[in-house]
Design a protein around this ligand. Structure first.
Ligand code: ZN
Length: 154
């Protein structure tokens, strides 16, 4: 399977395994401005490929969105995600309504969340010393100062 991830999917904090994960440069730039930059670096280090869609695919998305009047709700970034998925015949992961609408019209498979995708591993962080769990990765445990380890979420 090939997937194109939008910003929400990347911000969800999941870590993915295996091949076939794509996103656009616009998404990377958008996420980089936010607090999830560290998570993004982690993801790009693992397996997400960054690709820009062709002008032709972008135009198909724009034309379709103009007809359905979704164009006002779609950002440049959304259009890019749709265009890349159209081009790669990939499944989009996005919870944006306008994105979902265009995807349905163009028969681009779309998933609104990451449930049921086998390749996804959810990570959490656990202190080696006191055993506390953390959602984000602190450098050291703020409670006991021990080293933090990445573990699979149950
Ligand atoms: Zn601790």
């Amino acid at each position: 399977m090939v997937y194109v991830l939008d910003a929400t999917a990347i911000r969800s904090g999941m870590t993915i395994a295996g091949e076939g994960w794509y996103t656009t440069q616009d998404i990377v730039d958008e996420v980089k401005l936010g607090r999830q930059a560290r998570n993004l670096d982690m993801l790009l280090g693992v397996s997400i490929k960054v690709m820009s869609p062709d002008e032709a695919s972008v135009n198909i998305i724009k034309e379709t969105a103009s007809k359905t009047h979704d164009i006002e709700s779609l950002s440049r970034t959304d259009i890019g995600v749709l265009a890349l998925a159209y081009e790669l015949q990939a499944t989009i992961i996005s919870d944006d309504y306008a994105v979902q609408n265009i995807a349905r019209i163009l028969k681009i498979p779309i998933k609104t969340d990451l449930k049921g995708i086998r390749e996804i591993i959810h990570w959490t962080f656990r202190c080696r010393g006191c055993g506390r769990y953390f959602e984000k990765e602190p450098v050291d445990c703020p409670i006991c100062g021990s080293e933090i380890r990445k573990v699979k979420k149950k």
